[in-house]
Design a protein around this ligand. Structure first.
Ligand SMILES: *[C@@H]1O[C@H](CO)[C@@H](O)[C@H](O)[C@H]1NC(C)=O
Ligand SMILES: *[C@@H]1O[C@H](CO)[C@@H](O)[C@H](O)[C@H]1NC(C)=O
Ligand SMILES: *[C@@H]1O[C@H](CO)[C@@H](O)[C@H](O)[C@H]1NC(C)=O
Ligand SMILES: *[C@@H]1O[C@H](CO)[C@@H](O)[C@H](O)[C@H]1NC(C)=O
Ligand SMILES: *[C@@H]1O[C@H](CO)[C@@H](O)[C@H](O)[C@H]1NC(C)=O
Ligand SMILES: *[C@@H]1O[C@H](CO)[C@@H](O)[C@H](O)[C@H]1NC(C)=O
Ligand SMILES: *[C@@H]1O[C@H](CO)[C@@H](O)[C@H](O)[C@H]1NC(C)=O
Ligand SMILES: *[C@@H]1O[C@H](CO)[C@@H](O)[C@H](O)[C@H]1NC(C)=O
Ligand SMILES: *[C@@H]1O[C@H](CO)[C@@H](O)[C@H](O)[C@H]1NC(C)=O
Ligand SMILES: *[C@@H]1O[C@H](CO)[C@@H](O)[C@H](O)[C@H]1NC(C)=O
Ligand SMILES: [Cu+2]
Length: 639
């Protein structure tokens, strides 16, 4: 009671000074396993909170302080929570990224997240440890806005989540994905699509009303096309940023994106209408027989009326292009950047035979010391990227500068890129990855960047395409930039911005900086939390002990060779003397024979198998490879 009074007093004071009513939103979350069967086909354990799954939505109002007291009762593994899209201004240590901004929270321990919310909009929260959120630890986070410019345009608010769903648990899926037996890097394909963590959900609506629907895609992998039959809507929010209302009848929501839409219902109540989510199957290297990529819910006008099956659309996926939207605040294009990074995305194999993802030839490997703790214990050396380790891909930013990223995607897949700690302006996005696509056009002024570019925190790059984005380094912190496809997080498509490290030391160094439970988490797991990326505290420039990625492949190896090697290994494991070669045809040229010799030598040296011979087999067996990628037909299916 006394506390409440005090708080009300404090609030009254705040009210007088800033006219904002701040509140403390406290959540006590015990994370543990519960059994669920969300698609009706397979029961499995999922990560719940307080025995609930779907896990609770976090609600707050702009200006509030959110406090999450977390207890990890998973028993056998760590966890963490990242609050996706929140700037965490002044609290980068609450960003929840294991080995970047904290040590993972070990089993049987507690940890408190506490931060102020300064932005309105639709967000979500999820684990950021070991690729584990697809096992269930993800839910919406909604920040209400007392000054919502569209408040007078709707009657009610709804949250609709989208997700893909796997019947198997992530640790097993990750180890088979990131393995020599999957040299093409084919990502596990989801078993189902979900809406609100179920299917056939009936959402009751009133006629002649306008609903603000917050659509959140919490998927591991799949983007979804989303539409409501016989209804169009107006988009007013992208990833928490208001945009000028734009009419659309279909949106494409990548993993981690959010759309706020205004939907006006019909005047009559004689029918119910399917709300459809359809996973983008272009993302899948091989579509398993019988996969239903679709999930249907209903706008329920009338519980007594029928609930019709969704109409099948043939080749009519024409979602709105989000890059064409204009932010409501008309924030002008940032000035020419102080620094512009050109980032090339590719996928390739390393010496362990697995397929990794690279930004400029670097694949991410987490450091021994969380990068933030290296910043805080390195003094003036904090601006020297060396101390963070090559494989965290550190990019050190000065304070308050315009930063540009020019990203060229040399992969035939689509990727949703996310930046922590910021929303960014989207200057252009195109279908060319050559690196000199439109430089000339921008230089000679025949193509201009928009004057008030669209802003969001997660952006799709198209296959072999590019984009250019800008942000201002006005938020000291350690912020990841990464693909939000969880498989690509696991295969290393991450880099680390170390933004204004000296200002960060002033904010978070010393007594009132990092709370003790953060260090307790490290201590409980014998993880170092001082010094450079390897925990060297005497000479921070000493790179001994840094975590690094597997070595490069021996010279001359090609993906084709990897497939061959894989077959050798698999054959060896199965004790098969003769390797059966699917889909590759005969080895005929001298180059191919030489390559085969290298494979044999490598296989023998690594002791994986006695290679005895290669038979040609009929082509056209199950094709599961990423053929567009490497120009061959691979069968990575061995019975
Ligand atoms: C959270 O737990 C603490 C300690 O048990 C308790 O005092 C507090 O009221 C709880 N808060 C909520 C919102 O349940
Ligand atoms: C956590 O506690 C449970 C139950 O007491 C125990 O079975 C488990 O081994 C503990 N886990 C760790 C990592 O200490
Ligand atoms: C959060 O807000 C409270 C008051 O509302 C303020 O005292 C505190 O300094 C803020 N914290 C940060 C990290 O900005
Ligand atoms: C859908 O899920 C969200 C988030 O869990 C929840 O807030 C909302 O009430 C659900 N909607 C319906 C109609 O069940
Ligand atoms: C729809 O609602 C508006 C007010 O919001 C009202 O003026 C109008 O009569 C309603 N129409 C029907 C058909 O109910
Ligand atoms: C519902 O009726 C109102 C007039 O009462 C009209 O302005 C509105 O366009 C109608 N809505 C729809 C979806 O037909
Ligand atoms: C709706 O779909 C279900 C399952 O796909 C099917 O069994 C049923 O016949 C369909 N109903 C209609 C009216 O087409
Ligand atoms: C899923 O929905 C899309 C769009 O209507 C359709 O093209 C596709 O055939 C559907 N797939 C299945 C298995 O129903
Ligand atoms: C500017 O460069 C583009 C791309 O090379 C070219 O297509 C265009 O014709 C040029 N325009 C002018 C005015 O030179
Ligand atoms: C962080 O806070 C500073 C100081 O109030 C402000 O200038 C800056 O714009 C904020 N950055 C973000 C990303 O909110
Ligand atoms: Cu990706």
């Amino acid at each position: 009671m006394a506390l409440t009074l005090l708080r009300q007093l404090a609030l009254a004071t705040t009210l007088l000074t800033t006219a904002v009513i701040a509140d403390v939103r406290e959540y006590n979350f015990t994370v543990g396993w519960v059994d669920r069967n969300p698609d009706g086909f397979h029961e499995r354990r999922v990560m719940g909170i307080n025995g609930q799954w779907p896990i609770p939505t976090i609600f707050a109002t702009v200006g509030d302080q959110v406090v999450v007291n977390l207890k990890n009762e998973l028993g056998d593994r760590p966890c963490s929570l990242h609050f996706h899209g929140l700037y965490m201004n002044g609290t980068t240590h609450m960003d929840g990224v294991a080995q970047s901004t904290q040590c993972p929270i070990p089993a049987n321990s507690s940890f408190t997240y506490s931060f102020n919310v300064t932005q309105p909009g639709t967000y979500w929260y999820h684990s950021h440890v070991d690729g584990q959120y697809p096992d269930g630890l993800r839910g919406p986070l909604i920040v209400h806005d007392p000054e919502n410019p569209y408040a007078d345009q709707y009657d009610e608010e709804l949250v609709v989540t989208l997700s893909d769903w796997y019947h198997d648990e992530m640790p097993g899926l990750i180890s088979s994905f990131l393995s020599v037996t999957n040299p093409t890097g084919a990502e596990p394909v989801p078993d189902s699509a979900l809406m609100n963590d179920t299917q056939n959900l009936k959402i009751p609506v009133q006629p002649n009303k306008t609903y603000f629907i917050r659509v959140v895609n919490m998927a591991a992998f799949a983007a979804q096309y989303f539409w409501i039959e016989d209804h169009s809507f107006r988009i007013i929010e992208l990833d928490g940023i208001y945009h000028k209302p734009t009419e659309a009848s279909m949106i494409y929501v990548t993993a981690a994106q959010r759309y706020g839409i205004l939907l006006t219902t019909k005047n009559d109540t004689d029918k119910n209408f399917p709300i459809v989510g359809s996973m983008d199957q272009d993302l899948f290297d091989a579509v398993p027989d019988g996969l239903n990529p679709n999930v249907t819910s209903y706008l329920m006008y009338n519980s007594a009326a029928p609930f019709p099956n969704a109409t099948i659309l043939e080749d009519a996926f024409e979602p709105l292009d989000d890059a064409t939207l204009e932010p409501t605040d008309e924030l002008a294009l940032y000035e020419d950047p102080a620094i512009s990074y050109t980032i090339d995305v590719k996928m390739d194999n390393l010496g362990d035979g697995a397929n990794y993802a690279f930004f400029n030839d670097v694949t991410f490997v987490r450091p021994k010391v969380p990068t933030l703790y290296t910043v805080l214990t390195s003094g003036d050396l904090a601006t020297d990227a060396t101390i963070y380790g090559v494989n965290t891909h550190p990019l050190v930013l000065s304070h308050n500068q315009v930063v540009e990223i020019v990203l060229n995607n040399h992969d035939p897949g689509k990727h949703p890129f996310h930046l922590h700690g910021h929303a960014f302006q989207v200057l252009t996005r195109g279908d060319d990855d050559s690196g000199d696509w439109d430089v000339e056009a921008f230089r000679n002024g025949s193509v201009k960047y928009p004057t008030t570019p669209m802003r969001r925190d997660t952006l799709l790059v198209r296959p072999n395409g590019h984009f250019v984005i800008r942000f201002r380094s006005d938020n000291p912190g350690v912020w990841l930039f990464h693909c939000h496809i969880e498989w690509h997080v696991d295969s290393g498509l991450i880099l680390t911005f170390i933004e204004a490290p000296l200002q960060l030391q002033q904010q978070l160094g010393g007594e009132n900086g990092i709370p003790e439970d953060h260090f307790d988490a490290c201590r409980a797991q014998d993880m170092p939390f001082q010094g450079n990326a390897a925990g060297n505290t005497v000479d921070l420039l000493d790179t001994t002990g840094f975590n690094v990625s597997p070595a490069l492949l021996p010279d001359g190896f090609t993906p084709r060779g990897i497939v061959a090697l894989t077959f050798s290994i698999v054959a060896g494991l199965l004790g098969v003397g003769v390797i059966v070669w699917y889909g590759l045809g005969e080895i005929s040229t001298i180059e191919q024979q030489k390559e085969q010799q290298k494979i044999n030598t490598f296989a023998k040296e690594t002791g994986v198998v006695e290679v005895t011979g290669v038979d040609a087999a009929p082509a056209g067996h199950a094709v599961a490879g990423r053929e567009k990628d490497v120009g061959y037909t691979a069968a990575n299916e061995v019975k």
